[in-house]
Design a protein around this ligand. Structure first.
Ligand SMILES: N[C@@H](CCC(=O)N[C@@H](CS)C(=O)NCC(=O)O)C(=O)O
Length: 211
């Protein structure tokens, strides 16, 4: 299987970390988003959205990080994606929350305004967008904090794909100024997730301009 992606992107990183945790080998193909390679015709042929990551397994082409994680986890029995409808629904619940709210409305705008813009030379952060994202962050982090006050992982009592998805953007918490100070349970949980060797094994080399 081949994964096309941009290593510093939280979605590419989380997918690669899942594969490493599962022990599923992936050939990796670098798509340089800073050079617009996602818009080249060859790449658009496997992902018409011009976004990363994309998985290719023979004649099967799959885009969307969450779907890719499910496909990888389906390669062998794993507690990350147990064969139980309620647990799977709960995992998808958190991954959907991540896609619609946590990553999209809270974390990604802060990563974009404070890291990506600098990396691609797109000017200063838009402070109105930053303020909106900070409001969203407070809204969503409260939900996460309350939930993680009751259990050690997002779903049940062990690590699942939900933790990989929701933790992804937090690897940039310091650089993007994600305000985690008031959320000790979130920090504790993230520390547990981040200490898994699979993240280190798949960690990107951050371009100096983004540091
Ligand atoms: N919903 C998609 C989002 C993919 C996405 O937006 N990827 C970003 C990198 S994190 C990208 O490729 N951006 C390049 C662009 O929009 O031109 C997923 O979860 O895979």
């Amino acid at each position: 299987m081949k994964l096309y992606g941009f290593p510093p992107s939280p979605r590419t990183w989380a997918v690669r970390a899942v594969a490493a945790q599962l022990g599923v080998p992936l050939d990796f193909e670098f798509v340089d988003l800073t050079k617009g390679q996602q818009h080249e015709p060859d790449y658009r042929a496997i992902n018409p959205n011009g976004r990363a990551p994309t998985l290719v397994d023979g004649d099967f082409k799959l885009w969307e990080a969450m779907a890719i994680m499910h496909y990888l986890a389906g390669q062998k029995p794993t507690a990350l994606w147990p064969d139980d409808m309620r647990i799977r629904a709960d995992i998808v619940r958190w991954q959907s929350w991540n896609l619609a709210h946590w990553e999209k409305e809270s974390c990604a705008p802060l990563l974009f305004e404070r890291i990506v813009k600098q990396l691609v030379g797109a000017g200063a952060p838009d402070e109105a967008a930053v303020a909106r994202a900070l409001d969203n962050f407070a809204r969503d982090a409260k939900v996460l904090e309350a939930h993680l006050g009751k259990q050690p992982y997002l779903v049940g009592s062990s690590l699942t794909l939900a933790d990989f998805s929701v933790a992804g953007p937090l690897f940039y918490a310091e650089r993007a100024g994600l305000p985690l100070a008031d959320y000790p349970k979130v920090r504790e949980w993230f520390g547990r997730i981040a200490s898994l060797p699979c993240w280190k094994e798949t960690a990107p080399q951050i371009p100096a301009a983004a540091a």
